[in-house]
Design a protein around this ligand. Sequence first.
Ligand code: NI
Length: 276
Amino acid sequence: MRLIDTHVHLNFDSFQPDLDEVAQNWREAGIVRLVHSCVEPAEFEAIQSIADRFPEVSFAVGLHPLDVEEKWQTDTAQVILALAQSDSRVVAIGETGLDFFKAKNQEQQQEAFWAQLEIAHQLNLPVIIHCRDAAAPMAGLVKRFWAEQGQVQGVMHCWSGTPEETQQFLDLGFYISFSGIVTFKNAVSVQESAKLVPSDRLLVETDCPFLAPVPKRGERRNQPAYVRFVAEQLAHLRGISPSDLAAQTTENACNLFGLSLPEADGSLPTESFYSG
Ligand code: NI
């Protein structure tokens, strides 16, 4: 079984003491690729060094909606664009999006999200979208962008929306990525959403170090190896085998992010993997 964890934050403090061991765990669990998210451009160098150490890591660059208030400046879009063009291992723009839970800067968040959609469009890269308490304005903004500038590929990451919201974003062409939330007993509506996503639009992620899935929920820190528990829960909900679920989601992640898989002998990726 080969899996791709499409959303990790390995640069966070909690991983620094034992990242080699964490990597050994994900390799033993069959995680063959990881997409490292980015909450602000200042993280870029640290993320690059992680990808230097672990060649199966590709990454994104962007500004998280919760960091917009403090960090969105007149030149931020330029900085993100330049960083995205500076390294062929960049496979997405993000994470970006809207987080209206307690937000007082809704206008500004929409401006920053729009600008990052423009970068993704210009570079023909997908966007990694964070959306909290903002499904309707998000869908409206995306529709307006499609009409004015054209479509951008993307993923609704760490998805926790209702079936209706899920359908709305599927209709806009997005992939839907589920995290450990889908393993929580009380996440009934998310589990319903997980059943309706077409098999060619489904992704899995940990969003580690956050949101450890059942049965690891008691651990303070989530890690990429645990994406298999997300995959197993999705397989269970959809009535298919975990290996079929893994094959589908891995193929989808390759399609969305332009990743290639390592040879079956497990050899590590070489520079040429990133050229596509
Ligand atoms: Ni994230």
